[in-house]
Design a protein around this ligand. Sequence first.
Ligand code: HXC
Length: 273
Amino acid sequence: MSVPESKYLSPVWRDGIFKDRVVFVTGGAGTICSMQTRALVRLGADACIIGRSVEKTEAAAKDIATVRAGAKVLGIGGCDVRKAESLQAAADRCAKELGGIDFVIAGAAGNFVAPIEGLSSNAFKTVMDIDVLGTFNTVKATMPHLMRSASPRIIYVSATFHYTGMPMQAHVSAAKSAVDSLMASVALEYGPRGVTSNVIAPGGIADTEGMARLGSGEEAERAGYVKGIPSGRLGTVRDVADATVFLFSDAGSYVNGQVLAVDGAAWRRQGAI
Ligand code: HXC
């Protein structure tokens, strides 16, 4: 897939700022996380992306590697963040093959739109397991490697649903609250050891699986959703990638324990994504 650079990276960033850095990304084949990874790799990082589907993950890794000559991008499929051992094996393999882990993006998430009466306890638990336990497993598996890095950073990809609650998203709202809380505990516990731990909370991002599932996109335009966003537009994957570059760059080194909503102030206006 050929993606013009302007789609995932602002021209303000400089070549090579992430040279010799390695990023480990769960859910790295997904629309948002693959663009975050693409931006970091373009700016010098090597990357390891993790996913459940072998085919999708390996294809995404190959594709991301094309953004910079000499980039190393490892795709590890068949890895479920709910299974601590498989994640640990992936983190160890990443460190062995790429020389360490400096940055982590905990991006793997599960979602579907369902009313509470349509949610079985297993359905609720499934999303809690992927989002919350999966994020915890990611932190645990990568922390020994992060402890050896000169600039250890973690970003969790969360959401804004839970600030107000959201119909048809009770499971996700509960899970993302827990992810935000875990982020804060990691910031306090590992801040003294040099780790920064922050959440990026995307709002409605155009052309993503999430927006498609919510039945938004063009429909949202028609329904006036976009008009209600104070910044006057849906977000782009580049908006999220740029926030990621900032938090992982030297410019972001004192930002710790924070939630950075990349949503054009949407949730403040309408409490929605
Ligand atoms: C009600 C549902 C359901 C639905 C699944 N379940 N889909 N319940 N409505 N639409 C129930 C199942 O019936 C089952 O419960 C339980 O959930 C587990 O389902 P499985 O299919 O066995 O689980 P699994 O194979 O582990 O798949 C997990 C998944 C799936 C979350 C259900 O959608 C998935 O793999 N998603 C990963 C990708 C993803 O969701 N990406 C979107 C991220 S976007 P029972 O009781 O029958 O056993 C994002 C941004 C927000 O997060 C976007 C806003 C929408």
